[in-house]
Design a protein around this ligand. Structure first.
Ligand code: MF3
Ligand code: CO
Ligand code: CO
Length: 274
């Protein structure tokens, strides 16, 4: 990718993007967020995750986009659909959603070569108080990570902000999967751990584009991969939640590329409760 004209510099193996990259990511990020907005109207008891996957695949085609997951290292679906104790990379299947499930949907749409990578949580009907609390902690931990994403800070400052918030809330941070550089390439440098020491890692510079996507568990942080080679679950079968934005470092902070146009990124938890 060294011949990529959208890359205006590098810090080691980390590409730095200029206005063309930010504009490309704005368009891709917005479309991915729109797909997740569309799915918000489809998540309910009885719907299968494969139905959601088909809707997302059609949405991509209708909008001139390509789903990055299809064909990625042999993966065959548009979405990852991770239910309850599934940490990430759940494969859509003929499994009907049930009242009380919590679901992460992760999508990456490619628009003009740019990858918009985002995920959020969905509540299926009424969910337990502990599930609600986990989701709240997960969203706030992403918000703390984003608040730390600014020039002069390091990748470790992002991880430390996420970890300290999550652990104060008596939840744990998954170590096995990290945020990643994103842009013309789906998974690029740098790694963005969701844990770590303040000041560690690489220094953030304007033009860096990456995801932050904390996976937070109610129990222990340990995960295992199921026999399908993809599905990551908590070893103790405790509930897990995740949310993800693609962001770009600016002169003063960062720009979030995957904000929900409909304002649906954070589910209105508890609204159904009397
Ligand atoms: N979107 C996921 C991420 O946030 C990666 C999914 S890869 C797949 O990095 F093959 F499982 F779809
Ligand atoms: Co990602
Ligand atoms: Co993702």
């Amino acid at each position: 990718m060294s011949q990529d004209g959208a890359i205006i510099g590098r810090l080691g193996d980390v590409p730095l993007y200029g206005p063309e990259g930010f504009e490309g990511m704005r368009r891709a990020g917005r479309l991915s967020a729109m797909a997740l907005d569309m799915l918000a109207g489809e998540v309910r008891p009885g719907v299968t995750t494969l139905t959601l996957d088909r809707l997302a695949f059609e949405f991509a085609g209708d909008h001139g986009a390509r789903p990055a997951n299809v064909g990625y290292q042999g993966y065959q679906n548009t979405l990852c659909t991770s239910i309850n104790h599934v940490v990430c990379h759940g494969i859509p299947a003929e499994r009907a959603l049930r009242e009380g499930d919590i679901l992460n949907i992760d999508i990456t749409l490619i628009v003009d070569g740019w990858h918009g990578d985002t995920s959020r949580m969905y509540a299926v009907g009424e969910i337990s108080r502990k599930a609600e609390r986990l989701i709240e902690v997960t969203y706030e931990s992403l918000a703390r990570g984003i608040a730390a994403a600014r020039p002069g800070n390091t990748t470790g400052d992002i991880g430390a902000a996420i970890q300290s918030y999550a652990e104060r809330g008596r939840t744990s941070v998954v170590r096995d999967f990290v945020g990643h550089g994103v842009g013309r390439v789906y998974h690029d440098a740098p790694d963005i751990p969701h844990f770590g020491e303040p000041g560690s890692g690489i220094r953030l510079l304007p033009g860096m584009i990456f995801t932050i996507e904390p996976m937070i568990n109610l129990g222990r942080p340990d995960v295992k991969i199921l026999a399908d080679g993809w599905t990551a679950v908590t070893r103790d079968r405790s509930l897990s939640a995740q949310c993800e934005h693609s962001i770009g470092i600016t002169e003063t902070g960062c720009e979030i590329f995957t904000l929900s146009p409909a304002g649906l990124f954070k589910p209105a938890l508890g609204d159904a409760r009397p």
